[in-house]
Structures are given as structure tokens and as C-alpha cells.
Design a protein around this ligand. Structure first.
Ligand SMILES: [Fe+2]
Length: 341
């Protein structure tokens, strides 16, 4: 059982607001390999009208035509199982949901996990910071002294890093939860950038779409594990590589989406090296340049963002002052093995 916020020592000015979630990197921690499981997507049970999610006091503001909706007047913690099913469906339809004014960060670890678990078993990250006793929490943390993000980006000229979370797993995540504990003030940076991989696919010509059909690509967790090892961090599970279709189909909406990303996709199966590099470079450029099918999710105190990792790629925006603390938590339910489109 997690301590309630009231049990924790008072927070000093220079400490995180939620010290319980301060990341730990225990190099002794080991996980067993992830086992295969049956996944029925909660969205498949949802009433398309979403009466348990969107009430008379709900305001929805679309952020762009292709993806992103801000939702005001829904409290995720109060949703029934039917309401959570409908949230899953809406996340698939709109790709990214930005819920404002949530009490989520104060629910305590057990309840937070219980809600996210509705969407699938929670992924336990092999290398990222987690919380003692709660390996389900993927902790995102930067402050003046700790800037792993900057280390990861290295000396690149921009800090954009498009990816779908842990796409190297056999059953990568679907609906994914992200809530902020400490964040730069609105306008001071730290937004999350999202691209619709469904729209990225739709923009391609029918002839090009046909060429992608049936292709598979290798996604790898090896480089992430090596990066962690090199800097003295944990590798809690041996890194894995899996083949996934280059175009996947959403199990509920039937929508097709590109499923490659520069962080984890390594090569096209059956292609010669140059062919694979050529095709992946084109797809990565297409994704990165698609400013007309991208959004920024902004954060305010109490914001929870839910995105469908099957239909989007995202990137942190490393645009805020290094002295500002940013502390956020991701809960990453795993879903089905990607279905070929
Ligand atoms: Fe991510």
C-alpha cells in the first residue's frame, strides 16, 4: 500500500512536490521476461455515444482536425468501467486526450495503477526511473542537477525524438497515461509533441501504401539498454527485439497507421541495408515534417494526457530552462501484438 500524501514529510522549496515519485534507478532490480497475454481492447466494449464518459457538463475542444482533444468536466477517477471503455475508444478516435483539472496525481499509487490496468497489464520499464515497490511507474524527471534527457539527445541540433513507447515489446502499449507532478508554467515549455501516424499513412499515395503492405520491421530495445548500462543505470530485463508490421490496424476502429519510429525501429525485414535505410529515412522525414498532422499537448497543474501509442508517435520538447523541475509519471498498459494492415 502506498503512503498517502499526508504521511509524507513536508516538502522543502527545493524538493519535488511529490517526493514519493522521485525516480530510483536500482541496478540490482531484475524483472522476468514479459509473458504473452490475451488482449481484448476495452474500446471494443464501448458505447460509441460515450454516455458514461461525456456528460452534460463536459466540454471538448479539438486541438486539430486529425488528433487531439482537450476535455474539461470529466474526472477520470470517477469513471465507471463503462466510462473507461469509452475513454479507450475516444483515445483511439482522437489519438490524444488532454484531461484538465484531474485529481489523478493525488489518488495514491494503488488507485492510479488500478485505473490504468483497465487497459492492459502495466509495462515495467527495463531502464527508466521507477518508484520503490512500484515498478509500474515510469518516472520522467529533470531538474537543475539531473538532466538525463539532455544526455540522451547528446550534441544534436534539435531535441526532437519521435517514438512510440517501448515499441520493441511483443505487445506494445495502447492507451497510455501521463500525468504531471511538477511542470514548467504554461508557456514556459515542456509540452509533448504528437504526430498522427494514421494521418501520416493516409497522406501516402495508394501505390506507396500498397508497397508498404505486408512489410515488417525490427524494433529493438538494445540501444536503450546499452545507454542505461553505459551511464551506470539498470537493465532490469534483457533487451528484446521484435518484428512488427510497418502498417498496423487499430483493433477497435480498424484505422490503419504507420508503425515505425526512429528511436526503436532498426530495419525492414528482407530488405538490403541500403534499401531499408532509404525507406525508413523517407518515412521518418515524412513523420517529422508533418506539422499539419501534429499537435502539442500542453500541461497545467492537474493535467492528465492519454494517448493511443498504436496510432501516434510523440516527442518531449526540450525547450525549458534547465533550472526548472519537470516531474511526470507514465503508466503504460500493454495491448495486442500489432495487427498487420
Ligand atoms: Fe515516450
Amino acid at each position: 500500500m502506498a503512503p498517502s500524501i499526508a504521511d509524507l514529510p513536508p516538502v522543502k522549496k527545493d524538493e519535488p512536490s511529490y517526493p514519493f515519485y522521485y525516480p530510483i534507478f536500482d541496478t540490482e532490480e531484475r524483472f522476468t521476461p514479459i509473458e504473452k497475454f490475451e488482449h481484448t481492447d476495452p474500446g471494443s466494449r464501448a458505447d460509441p455515444a460515450k454516455p458514461h464518459l461525456l456528460g452534460p457538463n463536459t466540454t471538448t475542444n479539438d486541438i486539430s482536425p486529425y488528433l487531439g482533444t482537450e476535455i474539461i468536466g470529466v474526472q477520470i477517477s470517477q469513471l465507471s468501467p463503462e466510462g473507461l471503455d469509452e475513454l479507450g475508444l475516444l483515445a483511439a478516435e482522437r489519438k490524444v486526450l488532454v484531461f484538465r483539472d484531474q485529481d489523478f496525481k493525488d489518488l495514491g499509487a494503488d488507485r492510479q495503477i488500478e485505473i490504468a490496468k483497465h487497459f492492459g497489464p502495466i509495462h515495467q520499464h527495463p531502464t527508466s526511473g521507477n518508484v520503490k515497490g512500484y515498478p509500474q511507474f515510469h518516472v520522467v524527471y529533470r531538474d537543475a542537477e539531473h538532466d538525463r534527457f539532455r544526455e540522451y539527445i547528446g550534441d544534436r541540433a534539435n531535441r526532437t525524438s519521435w517514438h512510440s513507447d517501448v515499441s520493441y515489446e511483443l505487445q506494445p502499449p495502447g492507451a497510455t497515461f501521463f500525468f504531471v507532478l511538477d511542470n514548467p508554467a504554461p508557456g514556459a515549455g515542456g509540452d509533448t509533441l504528437f504526430t498522427s501516424q494514421a494521418e501520416a499513412y493516409k497522406r501516402l499515395s495508394p501505390e506507396f501504401q500498397k508497397r508498404l503492405e505486408g512489410l515488417r520491421a525490427v524494433h529493438s530495445g538494445v540501444a536503450q539498454a546499452e545507454f542505461s548500462k553505459k551511464r551506470g543505470g539498470p537493465v532490469r530485463r534483457d533487451p528484446v527485439e521484435h518484428e512488427h508490421p510497418v502498417v498496423r490496424v487499430h483493433p477497435v476502429t480498424g484505422e490503419k497507421a504507420l508503425y515505425v519510429n526512429p528511436n526503436f525501429t532498426r530495419r525492414i525485414v528482407g530488405f538490403k541495408t541500403e534499401e531499408s535505410e532509404y525507406l525508413l529515412k523517407f518515412l521518418y522525414d515524412h513523420i517529422a515534417k508533418g506539422a499539419d498532422f501534429q499537435i502539442r499537448a500542453t500541461y497545467k497543474p492537474g493535467t492528465v494526457v492519454v494517448w493511443d501509442n498504436r496510432l501516434t508517435v510523440h516527442s518531449a520538447s526540450g525547450d525549458f530552462d534547465q533550472s526548472i523541475r519537470r516531474h511526470a509519471i507514465r503508466l503504460t498498459p500493454q495491448a495486442e501484438a500489432p495487427i498487420a494492415g
